[in-house]
Write a protein that binds this ligand. Structure first.
Ligand SMILES: O=C(O)c1ccccc1NCC(=O)[C@H](O)[C@H](O)COP(=O)(O)O
Length: 242
């Protein structure tokens, strides 16, 4: 069985590495320099970095130069997310040298553009399915954007390579991942799924690892690492032996 990939998260707001609760603007806890955080995860053995420009996601500006600096400093693969909604922001994201980008709002608001860039860029494009219940949320998770399973069916038919699935109710809460949601999404697609939101313990990571045969490829871990619930080295060892 393949090993679950781990993607430690660096979410950037106003130049700082932060974690939010339920993705809500204003709920930030700050964890200092994004570059230092990213380099620390790399030193600890990460193969991936999940890098988010929260200001771009919320429409409160952007951290484009800093994001580019962080991505450029990495020897590991980078997944870039936040505010990538048109040709200019996609070009800027890809120019960082990142391995892939996550589109969120655009998949809900400009589906024709998303179909076009999926056709052009293949597996450099993932779509973030950020849900409350089964309702998708866009614009920094502040606006409803349609039904999860209808959107998934459309994206499957357009050739979307991969989904990053977040239960907003769990995100940043250390309450454990929504395993049922992950199972349901895996049942509705044959594309790989990256789980995001709520990981609180090594047991959570072991539980997500059990979904690898169903199609879960990776897990994003944010708050638990910053809160020192476990180290990244411990997490990598836990998934390697699952
Ligand atoms: O990814 C986005 O575009 C985004 C937009 C608005 C609010 C939050 C957003 N992302 C948050 C993340 O990707 C978190 O890093 C990730 O879900 C980790 O969650 P957790 O392990 O619960 O801290």
């Amino acid at each position: 069985m393949s090993t679950l990939e781990l993607l430690p998260a660096v979410d950037v707001r106003d130049g700082q590495a932060v974690r939010l609760v339920h993705g809500e603007s204003g709920s930030e806890t700050s964890y200092g320099s994004p570059l230092e955080a990213a380099l620390a995860w790399q030193r600890s053995g990460a193969e991936w970095l999940h890098l988010v420009d929260l200001d771009a996601a919320f429409g409160t500006g952007d951290n484009r130069e800093l994001i580019s600096e962080v991505a450029g400093a990495m020897d590991i693969k980078v997944e870039l997310s936040g505010g990538i909604r048109d040709d200019a922001s996609l070009a800027a994201a890809l120019a960082t040298g990142c391995t892939r980008v996550n589109l969120g709002t655009a998949a809900l608001e400009t589906p024709e553009w998303v179909a076009k860039v999926i056709a052009e860029h293949g597996d450099k494009i993932a779509v973030g399915l950020d849900v409350r219940g089964t309702t998708l949320r866009g614009r920094g998770w502040t606006r409803d954007g349609g039904d999860l399973y209808e959107t998934l069916e459309r994206l499957n038919s357009e050739g979307c390579a991969r989904y990053v699935v977040t239960d907003i109710a769990k995100d940043g809460t250390l309450q454990g991942p929504n395993l049922e949601l992950l199972r349901n999404v895996c049942a509705a697609t044959d594309r790989p799924v990256v789980a995001s939101g709520g990981v609180s313990s090594l047991d959570d990571l072991r539980a997500i690892s059990e979904l690898v045969p169903l199609g879960v490829e990776g897990a994003i871990v944010g708050k638990a690492l910053y809160a020192k619930a476990f180290t990244l080295e411990e997490a990598l060892a836990a998934v390697a032996s699952s």
